[in-house]
Ligand binder design. Sequence first.
Ligand code: NDP
Length: 453
Amino acid sequence: MGQMALIVTNPATEETIAEIESAGVEETDAAVARATAAFNGWRAVAPADRARLLRRLATLVEENGEELARIESQNVGKPIAGARAEVGMVAQVFHFYAGAVDKHYGQTIPVAGGVDITFREPLGVVGLIVPWNFPLNISSWKLGPALACGNTVVLKPAELTPLSALRLEQLILEAGIPEGVVNVVVGPGRVVGQRLVEHPDVAKIGFTGSTEIGRGVMQGAAGTIKRVTLELGGKSANVVFADADLEKAAAAAPYAVFDNAGQDCCARSRILVQKSVYDRFLDLLIEATRRVRVGDPRDEATEMGPLISAGHREKVASYVNDTVSAFTGEAPEGAGFWYPCTLVEASNDDRIAREEVFGPVAALIPFDDEEDAVRIANDTPYGLSGSIWTENGARALRVARALESGVLSINSNSSVRPSTPFGGVKQSGFGRELGMHALDGYSEIKNVYLATG
Ligand code: NDP
């Protein structure tokens, strides 16, 4: 039975923007049943036709880009310019997987006495559980490879941010993807998400969210030996060596933490700076942080909006309350879950440097030399992303090889592109999204041996 109505709020104004009937176990089971019924038809669609349908979806996302960007901006509090860029990436992701449909194939393997062939087969119904920080983007990262491989889907957006997924579901049907192939279910994670994790007819869970809930997903999936891909939290390091282009590194560093108001699993929220340039870098960083434009997400010039909710703002504040800030920026007052850009000088043992704050808060940590930098950067349970700033190419690659992280960038903040693998190590999870690598997580290899003797 459906639960109560779900109130969807604009975090920049605290106004209600939608009321949606919240789904429960019964609706989740019905969605799984629809996806199960659609599976044989969808897996049999000729690869070229599946590619054409995904291409059409990508085009529809482009054609409706402004509307999708406004929905995302209103529901998450994202600055409109950034929301537009995110929707652009969603279209690129669907274009990429349209092109990938017929390029992910099996092999023939030399064996004695016959022929050995591998097939790439879809898993069946996959449950995709998406968080509130990048609702449309993260949905596309999972939908693209899942559909390209011939799976059918039940997609659960976060309760706080269901609106873009509901609009995307309409576009999926408009693109001509048959009914039942993608089913969006809006309801609480502990009900709808949990049911998907335990449902015997769901073959795999693609999950993005906190490490804590991810741990529960892994445990819940054990009952039915479900496949899982987990994209979890991060506490990534932005390592600035004395031989870096300091102006460039300092100009970029704020956007590595304050983009999406810090609600980003890739946030480089530990800024490690070599001691010999620490004071100079801090001055430059404060100057650059002062320039981050915080305010109304509808304003084209805005670079940072509010946090997602009042509860989340309280959590973010709890990390800063006991510290002395090196810099606190400005944030609007009144309605909206605003929080200012904050820089804190810390040790890597402090709580603020160990836990994922998920807000516009960066911890600055000094280091002695390359060895010390690698030690501190790796001294965390997480391993998702990070940056290395140095003009010494050999050092850049040496440190990149030494850091325990799934995704790194050198002299850049960039973490995600449609064609390159994204995901974590350690407690940041496992499995890869995006690129051709994601297709491995949404297909199974079948081996067939034919005796010719
Ligand atoms: P959660 O991990 O709680 O939520 C992520 C998704 O999982 C949501 O769709 C949520 O649904 C769903 N979910 C919740 N409980 C269950 C469950 N028992 N079984 C299956 N699915 C479930 O993250 P939060 O949104 O609460 O954020 C908390 C913290 O997690 C943040 O402060 C941040 O530190 C981290 N986080 C990290 C993200 C990342 O990208 N790495 C993304 C989001 C959060 P619903 O929200 O509807 O309950």
